[in-house]
Design a protein around this ligand. Structure first.
Ligand code: HEC
Length: 447
């Protein structure tokens, strides 16, 4: 991503901080979306397969419903997946500018994989409806010329169709794996130096973090699908009888089993983080994640065992809050790890800013100001006041900036005709600037 590096503009420390907030915002869109698409597609594929093995139409219905719910429509893939991920690449090229890391390139790779994965999954979604249409058409009602094709397509669609889904999942998981690898190692400064791509993917931290994502993904999918069907879009989904019970059971069981893993994985992950990066905030947010997941788990219990679906919005709400806390925790870790680089980048910015303003004139303005405030009460250039006229004494300081500034810094008794000059308490830099100012003024009249 060399070309991105060239696009990077020097940033002030405030801007760099802002980039971390924007990246939190982007991830609160991207991560839940990826979780739902990933979890939902696997769930759907699983029941699609089962429906053929057991020729069970309830399973097929379930597979279709889940896929429809998590994918919403083609636009969501762009708005919630592709765009946020692309913006994240731009932000990382700023934050990791000059670190010599490969995260921007890696993120771009993740972006490609995830985009291709989403393309396959959305194709799977479209062909799914076609498959159902084929199944429901009576063979007799097909015109004679198409009959052979019809039989052929009908028998092969069960084989071709899930292939899109499987390809989609393979690309998606590859992309997500890289993304999790970047998020994990970006938060660990010592990884930055030589670190190869492969060692990043297969480091224990990355694997644990990926497993955390997968557990969250299934938990979120289960609770979201229930939430969608029973609350969000309940007019369109009037589930009845057996299918309703089946629907609740499968999803709440999914929430139950996948969130059991989260606390264990999370504790293990924190254990793996180097101590120096564990600030108080990291602990606070990790603790928050634990509490939220445990509350969601216990509420889910009522749905699983007593079919009390009215607890579902709370379960979903707590789980999504837990995901948000995970994201904030991650960003704090990344911010802690990039702190020194942020200093380097912002000092560069300050340097450029100073050059733009013109370093020399800035001091001259200050000197004149200091003179007005601190000296003009007792001095004038051409008249004596409390002290002597400057033009009377400056000839002896001509070309002797150091001597003059040391007098101003620390006045000594000179002329018996005057009282001693009180120390004006200037800083060495200021004294020098004022001395330079006096000499400059003197040069002007000398000519
Ligand atoms: C409270 C009045 C007062 C203030 C304020 C004051 N001066 Fe003076 N200054 C004097 C007096 C009195 C002398 C004469 C001291 C002597 O000859 O011993 C003097 C002498 C000087 C001299 C001549 C030194 C020499 O070698 O003859 C310079 C130069 C000078 N002041 C610069 C400054 C500058 C620059 C400031 C402001 C940062 C300043 N003064 C503020 C009263 C003041």
């Amino acid at each position: 991503m060399e070309f991105l590096d060239k696009l990077v503009l020097p940033q002030s420390s405030e801007h760099l901080e802002l980039l971390h907030y924007i990246s939190i915002l982007l991830m609160t869109i991207l991560i839940p979306y990826l979780s739902l698409i990933f979890g939902g597609t696997i769930l759907s594929l699983n029941y699609f397969r089962k429906s053929y093995l057991k020729s069970n139409s309830t399973f097929l219905q379930f597979a279709k419903d889940v896929l429809q719910i998590v994918s919403v429509n083609n636009l969501t893939a762009v708005a919630l997946g592709i765009l946020p991920l692309f913006t994240l690449i731009l932000i990382y090229s700023q934050i990791f500018h000059k670190t010599g890391t490969h995260y921007t390139t890696d993120l771009f790779l993740a972006f490609l994989f995830i985009t291709v994965g989403l393309l396959f999954i959305y194709t799977f979604r479209i062909t799914f409806s076609l498959d159902l249409i084929f199944k429901n058409v009576e063979e007799d009602s097909v015109p004679e010329i198409s009959k052979q094709d019809f039989v052929k397509i009908k028998s092969s669609s069960a084989k071709i169709l899930p292939r899109y889904g499987y390809f989609g999942i393979i690309f998606l998981i590859a992309g997500i794996w890289i993304l999790m690898g970047v998020l994990t190692s970006a938060a660990n400064f010592e990884y930055w130096q030589p670190g190869s791509f492969i060692s990043m993917l297969f480091s224990l931290k990355t694997i644990v973090y990926l497993l955390l994502f997968i557990s969250f993904s299934f938990a979120l999918t289960g609770s979201f699908v229930l939430f969608y069907v029973f609350f969000w879009d309940r007019e369109n989904f009037q589930l009845e009888g057996n299918y309703r019970e089946f629907f609740i059971k499968i999803n709440s069981r999914l929430v139950y089993y996948s969130s059991l893993f989260i606390p264990v994985l999370l504790l293990f992950y924190i254990y793996l983080i180097p101590r120096i990066y564990l600030s108080g905030n990291v602990f606070t947010f990790s603790f928050l994640v634990l509490i939220l997941v445990l509350v969601a788990l216990s509420l889910n219990h009522y749905i699983l065992n007593k079919f009390k679906i009215n607890y579902n919005p709370l379960v979903f709400f707590f789980l999504i809050l837990a995901v948000f806390s995970m994201i904030v925790q991650k960003e704090i870790l990344i911010k802690n790890a990039t702190e020194s680089n942020a200093l380097i980048l912002s000092s560069e910015y300050n340097k450029i800013l100073a050059e733009l303003k013109g370093a020399g004139t800035e001091e001259a303005i200050n000197a004149a100001e200091i003179y007005q405030v601190k000296c003009s009460a007792c001095h004038q250039f051409d008249k004596k006041l409390v002290g002597p006229a400057h033009f009377d004494v400056l000839p002896k300081y001509d070309g002797k900036l150091n001597q003059l500034s040391s007098f101003i810094l620390n006045p000594v008794k000179v002329d018996p005709a005057y009282p001693p000059m009180p120390n004006q308490g200037l800083k060495p830099k200021e004294a020098e600037a004022v001395a330079q100012y006096l000499l400059d003024e003197y040069q002007k009249v000398k000519k």
